[in-house]
Design a binder for this molecule. Structure first.
Ligand code: SF4
Length: 699
C-alpha cells in the first residue's frame, strides 16, 4: 500500500555504498521506502543500480532486530539465539574484562569499517584508547586506501583522495586513469569523463582488463598487473628524454628531482614494454598528451595501489605528475579514487592503528597531549600505535584473544581469507555489530543488530574530502541501534561513560575540537554549515573559513612547503607465475555487487544482474584448458582453491585471470589472494598472485 500522507517523510541524504556518496531524496512512511536521485554536486541527478536498490534492504526479512548469543555460551557450534540488549551487553563486558584480566589490555582488539560515519569512526578510535585502553585497533580501509594515503603523505605532507573537486575532471584536456574503473564501480562519475571527452578531452586508461571505462578511452594500456610502477617510470623516462619536464615548476615547488631523474634513466621504453606489455608507441602518446595539455589529471585506484609495493607505485605516478607540473595547478593534478562510502573520513579520525583524530600521529607527544585534553584523560594513559589490519587479524588467538568488529566482514574481505577465518575461530571471544549475519558474524559469540544508513544521523566525507550529511529518515527495525549508541552504552558499562556521548551532533563537535590544528582539520565545520553549503571541504579550521576544495595551490603542507619526489624502483611480483601456477590472478569489483556482498548479495534486484561469481579468462587460456563460457572452473593459488563460473572473453589479458571478491565460501576470491604487505602502508597484495586454472564441470 502507498504510504499515508500524514506519515510520509522525505529526507535529503546519500546512497550508503561507494565514496561518490550520491545525493538522494528518500521517502519513507509505511515501508517500503523509495528514493529519487538528487541534484547533488557529485552525482548531479545520476545514480547506479546499487543506489537505486538500496532501500530494498531496509526492511529485508534477514535484518537483525535483536542481539544474538550462543545457546551454549562459549560453544560456537551451538546456535545463535535472540536475547535482550542487557543480557548481550553483560556478556560483552564480561568477555572484555575476562580477556584483559587474563592477558593484558592489548588482548582485546577492535576492527572498524570504511562505511561507518565520521562520528562512529571517531568514537570507535576513542573507545579503543580510552574505554579499553588497547593499542589494537585498525579498520578495513587499510585494505583500500592506505597505499595512496602513504604516498600522498610522503609526497605532499597530506592525504586527501581527490585534492580537487570531482567536477574538475570535466574540464581536463587529458585524463589518465590507472587501475580505476568508474564505469562499473561508480557510474554517475562517468558524466565528468564524458563531459571532458565531449569538449575534446582525451582519456587514457591503464588496466589489465578492457573494462567499460577502458572501452570509453582513446587508448587502453593493458599492462600486466603489478607493473604500473615500471610503466610510470617509463613514461617519466620519455618525458625527460623528450625535454617535456616542467623545469620551472620542479625548481620552484619540489625537492628530490635529481634522484628521480637519475633513477628513471634505467626505464628504457623497450625495457618497460617488455615488463608491462604496453607498446612504446602507446607510452609516448600518453606522455605527449599529458605534457601538451593545459589541464591534465592522473588518477590511481586499487588496481595500482593494492600491491606489496603499492605506496611506491602511487608515488611513481605522483612523480610523473610533479615532473609535468600538474599538482597544485587549478584544473590539473594527481588524485586517488576512494572506494568505500566513508573510506576517506574513516581514516581521518583515529580508527587507524597509528593515528589520532585529524590525522595526528599517535606516537607524537604533542598530538597525544592535544587529543587527551579534548578527551579529558591523561596523555600517558593513551596506548602506543598497534598493529595494522592484516597483522591484527593474524595475531588473533595468539596475542589478541577478543575482538570487537563494527561494520566489517573480514572473513570475505581480508586477504588469505581462510587463514583469517581460522584465526577468528581461535579467538576466545568475538563480538560483531552488523545489520545482517555475515560470514564474520556467523563466527561470533555475540552479534549486535545495528542501524542502517537511513536509520541514523551523522556525516560522511566523500572522495573529494567534502563532508556531507547522512540523515535519519526511518526508525531502525526492532531493537537495532546506531553503533554510536552501542559504543556509548558499552563505555558506560565499562566505567568510562562520562567521556562518551550517543548524540552524533555532539560527537561531531567534539571531533572538530580533537581535529583542530591537525592535518584533517574539521574545527570550523558544523552540521548546519554542511546542510547549508551542500557539504564543506576540509581543512576548515574556523567557522568563517570557506573550506578548501583545492589543495596545494600555493604550497604543500611539508616543512619546506615543497612536494617531495621519491625515487622508486620496480621490484617484480612478490609471487611470479611458475610451472605449477602459470597465470596472474587479479581481483576486483563488478557493478551490481559491493565489497564483501553482505548487503548486495541480499538485494533481489542486484542478484538478478550479478547472481553468481564469474571469473574472466582469455579465449587462448580457456582453450588451453578446455574451458568454455559457463563452465565451472577451479582457481588454485598457494593459499587455496575457489570455484567460479567462467566467462571467456578477450577483454582480459591472455596471461591474467580476473575474479570478483564479493563472495565467500567456495567462491571466495580472497581465499586465494596474497597477504604480503607493503612495507609503508601495510596494504596486502590483493591485486596479483600466481594462479592455476582447471575445468571442473560444465554449465
Ligand atoms: Fe551509490 Fe556509488 Fe552508485 Fe552513487 S555511484 S549510487 S554512491 S554506489
Amino acid at each position: 500500500p502507498a504510504p499515508s500522507a500524514s506519515r510520509t517523510r522525505t529526507t535529503q541524504t546519500h546512497c550508503p555504498y561507494c565514496s561518490l556518496q550520491c545525493g538522494i531524496a528518500l521517502t519513507a512512511g509505511d515501508r517500503p521506502a523509495t528514493l529519487v536521485p538528487a541534484d547533488f554536486p557529485t552525482n548531479r541527478g545520476g545514480l547506479c543500480s546499487k543506489g537505486w536498490s538500496a532501500p530494498e534492504l531496509l526492511d529485508h526479512p534477514e535484518r537483525l532486530t535483536r542481539p544474538l548469543v550462543r545457546s551454549t555460551p562459549g560453544d560456537r557450534t551451538s546456535p545463535l539465539v535472540e536475547t535482550s540488549w542487557d543480557a548481550a551487553m553483560d556478556l560483552v563486558v564480561a568477555g572484555i574484562r575476562r580477556t584483559q584480566e587474563a592477558h593484558g589490555l592489548d588482548a582485546v582488539g577492535c576492527f572498524g569499517g570504511g562505511g561507518l560515519t565520521n562520528e562512529q569512526a571517531y568514537q570507535f578510535g576513542k573507545f579503543a584508547r580510552v574505554a579499553l585502553r588497547t593499542s589494537q585497533i585498525d579498520y578495513n580501509g587499510r585494505f583500500c586506501m592506505s597505499s595512496a594515503a602513504g604516498a600522498a603523505n610522503r609526497a605532499f605532507g597530506l592525504d586527501r583522495g581527490l585534492p580537487f573537486p570531482l567536477a574538475d575532471l570535466a574540464g581536463a584536456d587529458v585524463l589518465v586513469l590507472v587501475g580505476s574503473n568508474p564505469a562499473d564501480t561508480m557510474p554517475p562519475a562517468m558524466q565528468y569523463l564524458d563531459a571532458s571527452r565531449e569538449k575534446g578531452g582525451r582519456l587514457f586508461v591503464v588496466d589489465p582488463r578492457r573494462t567499460a571505462t577502458a572501452r570509453a578511452a582513446e587508448l587502453h594500456l593493458q599492462a600486466l598487473p603489478g607493473t604500473d610502477l615500471a610503466l610510470a617510470n617509463g613514461l617519466l623516462h620519455i618525458a625527460v628524454a623528450e625535454g617535456l619536464v616542467d623545469e620551472q615548476y620542479v625548481a620552484a615547488r619540489t625537492t628530490g628531482w635529481d634522484a628521480v631523474r637519475a633513477s628513471v634513466k634505467a626505464y628504457w621504453p623497450d625495457r618497460v614494454e617488455r615488463l608491462t606489455g604496453v607498446p612504446v608507441t602507446a607510452m609516448r602518446r600518453v606522455v605527449l598528451a599529458l605534457a601538451g595539455a593545459e589541464n591534465a589529471i592522473v588518477l590511481t585506484a586499487r588496481g595500482a595501489e593494492q600491491h606489496r609495493n603499492g605506496t611506491d607505485t602511487a608515488q611513481a605516478w605522483i612523480n610523473l605528475s610533479l615532473a609535468l607540473g600538474l599538482v597544485g595547478r587549478p584544473g590539473s593534478g594527481w588524485g586517488t579514487v576512494t572506494g568505500q562510502g566513508n573510506g576517506q573520513g574513516g581514516r581521518e579520525h583515529g580508527q587507524k592503528a597509528d593515528q589520532l583524530p585529524g590525522y595526528r600521529m599517535l606516537a607524537d607527544p604533542a598530538a597525544r597531549a592535544h587529543v587527551a585534553a579534548v578527551w579529558g584523560v591523561d596523555p600517558d594513559s593513551l596506548p602506543q600505535p598497534g598493529r595494522s589490519a592484516f597483522e591484527l587479524l593474524d595475531a588473533l588467538g595468539r596475542d589478541v584473544h577478543a575482538l570487537l568488529v563494527l561494520a566489517s566482514n573480514v572473513a570475505v574481505s581480508a586477504p588469505d581469507a581462510r587463514r583469517v577465518m581460522s584465526r577468528l575461530r581461535e579467538l576466545q571471544f568475538l563480538v560483531v555489530s552488523d545489520f545482517f549475519l555475515s560470514e564474520t558474524s556467523e563466527l561470533a559469540d555475540v552479534v549486535l543488530p545495528s542501524a542502517m544508513w537511513a536509520e541514523e544521523d551523522g556525516t560522511m566525507t566523500n572522495l573529494e574530502g567534502r563532508v556531507i550529511r547522512r540523515r535519519r529518515t526511518l526508525d531502525p527495525p526492532g531493537e537495532a541501534r546506531d553503533d554510536l549508541a552501542l559504543l556509548a552504552d558499552l563505555a558506560d558499562r565499562l566505567g568510562a561513560g562520562a567521556h562518551f556521548s550517543a548524540d552524533p551532533e555532539t560527537v561531531f563537535a567534539e571531533l572538530g575540537r580533537a581535529s583542530a590544528g591537525g592535518r584533517a582539520d574539521y574545527a570550523g565545520i558544523t552540521w548546519s554549515r554542511v546542510d547549508d553549503e551542500q557539504g564543506v571541504f576540509w581543512p576548515c579550521p574556523t567557522p568563517d573559513h570557506p573550506g578548501t576544495p583545492r589543495l596545494f595551490l600555493d604550497r604543500f603542507p611539508t616543512p619546506d612547503g615543497r612536494a617531495r619526489f621519491v625515487a622508486v624502483e620496480h621490484t617484480g611480483a612478490h609471487e611470479p607465475p611458475d610451472a605449477e601456477h602459470p597465470y596472474v590472478l587479479t581481483t576486483g569489483r563488478v557493478m551490481a555487487q559491493y565489497q564483501s556482498g553482505t548487503q548486495s548479495r541480499r538485494s533481489r534486484s542486484l542478484q538478478l544482474v550479478a547472481p553468481a561469481p564469474r571469473c574472466e579468462l582469455h579465449p587462448d587460456l580457456a582453450a588451453r584448458h578446455g574451458i568454455a563460457s559457463d563452465d565451472v572452473v577451479e582457481l588454485t593459488t598457494r593459499r587455496g582453491k575457489a570455484r567460479f563460473i567462467a566467462t571467456v572473453t578477450d577483454a582480459v589479458r591472455p596471461d591474467v585471470v580476473f575474479a570478483p571478491f564479493h563472495w565467500g565460501g567456495g567462491s571466495s576470491a580472497n581465499a586465494l589472494t596474497d597477504a604480503a604487505l607493503d612495507p609503508i602502508s601495510r596494504m596486502p597484495a590483493f591485486k596479483t598472485c600466481a594462479v592455476a586454472v582447471a575445468r571442473v564441470g560444465g554449465p
